[in-house]
Design a protein around this ligand. Structure first.
Ligand SMILES: [Zn+2]
Length: 219
């Protein structure tokens, strides 16, 4: 799949899920007029796709601690790396069953620091929304001017949700989805950029998808 501009100043670098060898989360390059940020560099197998985009971000952000989202951070040794405070320990001291839950993920050596509540890119702002559930250190990023939600593994298209890993739990996940539905109802979400699979475009489609994700936790 080609790299795709999804909005002005936002490039989607698709990950792959067609083989374990090539498995990687999607990456998103967001270019504000003062700073650019790469959200979820992906697994080590994502290097070719990243290189083709000629990325030189000022910052790297991990939506959470899983290897398929963060291992390629090692390709950017001199660039600051941010994640939710609850993900820092897992990212910086890779623990069995936390960073590599399936036992076959890529090692990484990058060190992350705690993200502030808002990451200022100039004309674009990324607001950190803590979304524990898939893992305790999971977060989404909300860009208010474009009403875009970068969702990591918290929600997927068509009402999908992530698996619950070692540090996550169901009650947190339910609360997280309540919060995301409220965000969409009160401030609007017009584009959801999940870590895997399709993107969701359009206000109604995004709200419907988030509500469907929430319904997984009503049973
Ligand atoms: Zn994950």
């Amino acid at each position: 799949m080609m790299n795709t501009s999804i909005k002005s100043n936002m490039v989607w670098i698709p990950g792959r899920d067609d083989s374990l060898e090539k498995f990687s989360a999607h990456s998103f390059l967001i270019s504000g007029d003062e700073k650019s940020v790469l959200i979820d560099p992906g697994s080590l197998s994502h290097q070719k796709e990243l290189t083709e985009t000629s990325i030189a971000p000022d910052l790297i952000i991990a939506t959470h601690e899983h290897w398929d989202h963060v291992a390629a951070a090692d390709f950017y040794p001199d660039i600051p790396k941010l994640a939710h405070p609850e993900a820092i320990e897992a990212l910086n001291t890779p623990l069995p069953n936390v960073v590599r839950p399936t036992g076959h993920g890529d090692e990484h050596t990058s060190q992350f620091t705690a993200a502030p509540s808002v990451i200022d890119l100039g004309n674009l702002q990324l607001e950190v929304v803590w979304t524990p559930g898939h893992t305790r250190g999971s977060m989404c990023l909300y860009e208010p001017s474009t009403k875009t939600l970068f969702a990591g593994d918290t929600v997927f298209a068509d009402g999908g949700v992530g698996r619950i890993f070692f540090t996550g739990n169901r009650e947190d996940y339910k609360q997280t989805l309540t919060q995301l539905v409220e965000l969409a109802e009160q401030r609007g979400v017009h584009l959801i950029c999940p870590g895997h699979g399709d993107l969701v475009e359009g206000e109604k489609a995004c709200l419907d998808s988030l509500r469907a994700s929430y319904h997984h936790f009503l049973l």
